[in-house]
Design a protein around this ligand. Structure first.
Ligand code: NCD
Length: 363
């Protein structure tokens, strides 16, 4: 039980909220230390390799057979929804989903906290995507207040909540899978430490780039280039966070300005669903911020091109099908599923069983 009203909890700065959240939920990138990130990457690898071994998939599918997951996604989603579903299936979980508030009791005027309280009386995990950036924190508060506890490794724990995207602010599991992808791609040249990254597109409202930027505090000597038209540039709160954590950053006016020097490019689409005067028509990317074959030719041989997807016109379609290992967004998508297996396994403390099976000679 938390001795705090919902309003009091929501009014805390995120850096303070994470002290309450600990490892009970996954809502903010600021929750993770370097040690956590390294462990998640190792675990995602172990899940992937174990699943390929004869008998490995079977071992995994026994781990959470008695658990029920709810995927509560009331904003559009393809990858995150599907990869969480697949990850849950690999771990043997039962699954339900709510994808449309119009067919849930929220449309009858039920509050989000009442809905969540109902969910957690039936399920053992809630993964949620919501347009309200506070929805995940409110769900966590509800899980703490509710009486139901899960017995996990001799400990009574609240029903875990995982954010699958919180408004325009955070997308922590995407950031974890992006780190996993970068960690693997940059391993031959010493990993993420000391590298420079270009983030391109809608940095103002892109929750993926925000969550990824927060994680960079865990790596030494990282340099960030923010390539965006002025109105889509990175917001002051995040720049202040980077300054406080001594991460160097620079705003630039085109991809061309830094393409020759960076170790990875992270593209994003214009998040025009947040435009107040949304016309239903998509806002096209500006020429300076469209990734072309020419940029690919200029990019370092050891660098890589990422995109959380979905993409539109910000990458020249020719780039999609070139035989070039540096074009990494399709692999990144697949990495996401393994990272989500790892995230759920760690929440339910079956990560040790996965690592043991992976390391054992029989597998
Ligand atoms: C992103 C999201 O939902 O924030 N998609 C995803 O989860 N891979 C990116 C986006 O929608 O632009």
């Amino acid at each position: 039980m938390m001795e705090m009203t919902l309003a009091d909890f929501l009014s805390l700065p995120d850096a303070v909220k994470v002290r309450y959240i600990r490892d009970f939920a996954i809502l903010y990138s600021q929750q993770f230390s370097r040690e956590d990130l390294d462990a998640y990457c190792r675990l995602a690898d172990a899940c992937r390799f174990l699943h390929r071994q004869p008998g490995g998939a079977n071992v995994m599918s026994q781990l959470l057979r008695h658990r029920m997951a709810l995927n509560f996604f009331v904003q559009p989603s393809s990858r995150t929804f599907m990869s969480f579903n697949t990850a849950q299936a690999y771990l043997g979980m039962n699954r339900m989903s709510v994808r449309d508030v119009n067919i849930s009791s929220i449309s009858k005027g039920e509050s989000l906290v009442d809905s969540v309280r109902t969910f957690i009386s039936y399920v053992d995990l809630v993964v949620m995507r919501h347009s309200d950036e506070n929805a995940g924190a409110a769900a966590f508060w509800t899980a703490m207040q509710a009486h139901r506890r899960l017995r996990i490794e001799e400990q009574d724990r609240p029903v875990p909540i995982i954010s699958g995207g919180s408004g325009s602010q955070q997308h922590p599991t995407q950031a974890l899978l992006d780190i996993y992808t970068l960690d693997k791609a940059l391993e031959p040249i010493g990993g993420i430490d000391g590298k420079s990254f270009m983030l391109v597109g809608d940095l103002a409202r892109g929750r993926t780039v925000r969550s990824l930027s927060y994680l960079m505090k865990n790596y030494r000597g990282v340099q960030l280039f923010f390539a965006a038209p002025e109105r889509y540039q990175m917001r002051a709160d995040l720049l202040e966070f980077l300054d406080r954590n001594e991460i160097s950053w620079q705003m630039i006016g085109s991809i061309s300005e830094a393409i020759d020097v960076v170790d990875a490019v992270y593209m994003t689409r214009i998040q025009d669903e947040y435009d107040h005067l949304a016309t239903g028509k998509h806002v096209p990317a500006t020429k300076e911020f469209v990734f072309t074959m020419n940029h690919l030719r200029r990019m370092k041989q050891t660098a890589c091109l990422l995109h959380p997807l979905p993409k539109r016109d910000e990458i020249d379609p020719e780039v999609d099908y070139v035989e070039d290992p540096r074009v990494m967004y399709w692999r990144q998508e697949r990495n996401g599923m393994w990272m989500r297996v790892a995230i759920i396994a760690k929440l339910f403390k079956v990560d040790g069983a996965i690592l043991d099976a992976y390391e054992s000679d029989e597998m």
